[in-house]
Write a protein that binds this ligand. Sequence first.
Ligand code: SP5
Ligand code: ZN
Length: 358
Amino acid sequence: MTTQDLAGTPVVWSEDCLRHEPDGEVWLGVWEPGTEVPERARVILAALTTAGAAITPARPHPDEALSAVHDPELIAHLRTIWEEWQAGPYVTEHGRRRVVPYVFPTEGLLAGLRMRSPTSTHGRLGRFCYDTMTLVGPGSWEAIRAAADAALTAADLVAGGERLAYALCRPPGHHAGPAAYGGSCYLNNAAIAAQALRTAGVGRVAVIDIDAHHGNGTQATFYDRADVWYGSAHVDPGAGWFPHYAGYADERGTGPGQGANLNLPLAPGTGDEGWLAAVAELCAAARGADAIVLSLGVDAAEADPESPLRVSADGYRRAGELIGDLGPVVAVQEGGYDLPTLGGLVAATLTGVAHASL
Ligand code: SP5
Ligand code: ZN
């Protein structure tokens, strides 16, 4: 992109987001290279810089902004687990170069027994991590914390009157729930931003999630609340796609949040027309919110290796226009894994948002 389409748009960024190097993921029992790599952030930053965006440093925020969404035990676990892992025999004796669990306390395993906190590091991991795809290593915590600070800084900018601010978060966040991490996500940057907007006095917040996967963590965070609406268009989890156990159309919220959750599962191969119709349906349902948090994953794209939705760059631009029409937008980076096209897809979406006719 050579035009200055994003002149003046704040892009919040921290170099610390490059420090997370999961070094792969264990899929179906086999360690593979993985797709959530630091280069993702570099190509997005390059494309947005070329498009004229204003690169803005992420500012540190207090832990309270994290614990407003997450269980303090999860935060403490993520902060300390790498050092604990290194202090044990895992790297030196067993050659396990990253933190990855092997036993998960499912409902079936506990069978009514109370949850324990095993003293052994390797026994305790499954309490917080729900898959084998979300590894922790040196620098992971610094990146996780920086990504949350980027989202919080973008929320500050919008609470202060900006129409659009984008947080280049890495690692992504929308699969992380109040007390659980997985799906390459550790803390939920979008949920943290949405909660920060509420704390800053924004009345009603809508989270619109266009990542190819359902944002089970964001849904779980706000499922029983009326003040933060959540809507997502994503590949049908029942058709074999992560997160498999959430993202179905009958999940509509509970208690005061009844009706404030909307899932639009889409068939593999859906393409621009069907995907944009779903995004338009989310926008119609979100209309009236005082601010939007956009969970901006671009892994629904044609060339993406992690989803079959086949959306074009022009589709992303048009989705951005629909969303930008609703009100002020805090955009938060989620997934997107095709390195050659990734930056252009994010730039196209933000260009759509920035040029929407309010
Ligand atoms: C933020 C986000 O987009 N998270 C996506 C997590 C889904 N990862 C599931 C990956 C499933 C296995 N991928 C195929 C690997 C084949 N080598
Ligand atoms: Zn995704």
